[in-house]
Ligand binder design. Structure first.
Ligand SMILES: Cc1cc2nc3c(=O)[nH]c(=O)nc-3n(C[C@H](O)[C@H](O)[C@H](O)COP(=O)(O)OP(=O)(O)OC[C@H]3O[C@@H](n4cnc5c(N)ncnc54)[C@H](O)[C@@H]3O)c2cc1C
Length: 412
């Protein structure tokens, strides 16, 4: 008889975990309080970041830290309560960002990132979602020649070490590639391997539709009703109580509120981020990161989406979209952004860990409970890879990537 697995959380990570379990013969019930792909996996920049082989470190340059502390610039914003609540994990994040520790994290992280487009590609084909995806890479653009030079050197190193492909573009080449840019910029790095999804939430929904077409169930329910039951677990859903021997927590930024009552205090924290859509008369051919200012512009089905950098604030704190206002003004310097859509800015949060690696594996003290969260800046990218790795662990297969650096106990 097929074994049943409950997956709590139908973001990119949970939905892909459900698909990989199903592919291996499990009956899967995917539970979420909302429809699939309505939260963080909806609001991101839609990039499948094959170039992101290095996890996002705490910037250690004194100038950056001072600007962030003084609330200058668009990259970072913070609430005093957020910094206070997250002080412990943030301090550990700073320590893990030391170049040697960061290099170790990169060794593990790059092994996941290496498979991101291949694994998404299989699901995109199976889900018939090719219409949502552009496979032409994306650009980092630079305002100063010095920053561009440094970035080109870094790209050359990443190419040598990890095979990441890029093209350095000077002012004229960039102007030709993106004629909508009004200001001459110093140059760009065109990462050639990443893909851009024009409606990230809809891609998750298509993956969930695939799960259902293959016999899986997607049901509404509240993960707070999860209970240990006999040798397994049960959760209350709109379709009644569902039971299974195994349950996966794929609750993205909400994971911490579930694992704390179970006695797990992992160094997790959040980087909130905003987006706004614009009715831009100018068309960008590929998404752009304004690399020295820390925001992304990505063409989406809904319009041109501007996404912001990190805000250190509690998940439930009221929105303070100051970075959005600053980034909008910066983007208007070089692009006809057009009117903002008449909708409130979207607010979500990147679920981060102190050592920059996701948490994937069995809960150390609860048999049958599995963790799959903490994918930070690249959870949309890593969903299929994370889903495959966790499904292989649950079913006792030999994982195709060494799971040791991602197991929860490393953080305990
Ligand atoms: C501004 C911004 C830009 C980003 N850009 C990119 C990008 O370009 N590329 C990239 O790879 N990543 C990007 N990210 C990061 C990425 O979006 C996240 O890492 C990823 O979406 C996390 O996926 P998830 O499935 O873990 O979480 P989510 O997508 O948040 O899914 C968690 C699910 O849990 C559900 N849930 C929560 N509580 C309950 C409950 N009590 N009961 C039932 N269900 C519950 C939620 O409804 C939700 O559906 C970005 C993030 C932000 C904020």
């Amino acid at each position: 008889m097929a074994r049943t697995v409950l997956v709590l959380g139908a973001g990119m990570v949970g939905t892909c975990t459900a698909l990989h379990l199903q592919q291996r013969g499990c009956e899967v019930v995917l539970v979420d309080r909302r429809a699939p792909g309505q939260e963080t996996s909806y609001g991101n920049a839609g990039l499948i970041q094959r170039e992101a082989v290095e996890p996002y470190a705490f910037p250690r340059e004194a100038g950056f830290v001072l600007n962030a502390a003084l609330g200058r610039g668009a990259e970072v914003n913070w609430h005093a309560r957020g910094l206070w609540q997250m002080a412990g994990p943030l301090l550990r994040y700073f320590q893990h960002s030391h170049p040697e520790a960061h290099q170790r994290a990169t060794q593990a992280y790059s092994r996941l990132i290496a498979h991101c487009t291949d694994e998404h590609g299989l699901l995109i084909d199976a889900a018939g979602a090719q219409d949502l995806v552009r496979r032409e890479g994306f650009r980092f653009v630079f305002r100063t020649a010095q920053a561009w030079d440094e970035a080109v050197q870094r790209a050359a190193r990443l190419h040598t070490q990890f095979g990441v492909r890029y093209q350095a573009e000077d002012t004229a080449q960039l102007a030709q590639a993106e004629p909508a840019l009004r200001l001459p910029l110093a140059g760009a790095l065109h990462w050639l391997d990443p893909w851009a999804v024009q409606n990230p939430g809809v891609l998750v929904q298509r993956y969930a539709d695939l799960l259902v077409a293959r016999g899986g169930r997607v049901v509404r329910g509240d993960a707070h009703t999860l209970q240990a039951q006999g040798a397994g677990w049960s959760v209350h859903t709109h379709e009644g109580r569902c039971e299974a021997a195994q349950v996966v927590l794929a609750l993205g930024p909400w994971a911490d509120e579930f694992i704390r009552p179970l006695g797990y205090r992992l160094p997790l924290f959040l980087k909130r981020g905003y987006h706004q859509h614009y009715r831009s008369p100018a068309t960008l051919n590929q998404p752009l990161l304004d690399a020295e200012r820390g925001y992304v512009l990505a063409p989406m089905q809904q319009g041109l989406r501007l996404t912001t950098g990190a805000e250190f604030a509690p998940l439930s704190a009221p929105p303070t979209p100051v970075q959005l206002a600053k980034a909008e003004a910066l983007a208007r310097e070089w692009l006809a952004l057009g009117e903002a859509m008449p909708e409130p800015p979207w607010l979500g949060a990147r679920p981060c860990t102190a050592d920059m690696l996701p948490v994937m594996g069995p809960a150390p003290r609860h048999p049958g409970l599995w963790f799959n969260f903490g994918h930070a800046h690249q959870g949309f990218t890593l969903g299929p890879v994370a889903g495959r790795l966790l499904a292989e662990m649950i079913l006792g297969e030999t994982p195709w990537v060494d799971p040791a650096p991602f197991l929860p106990q490393r953080l305990m």
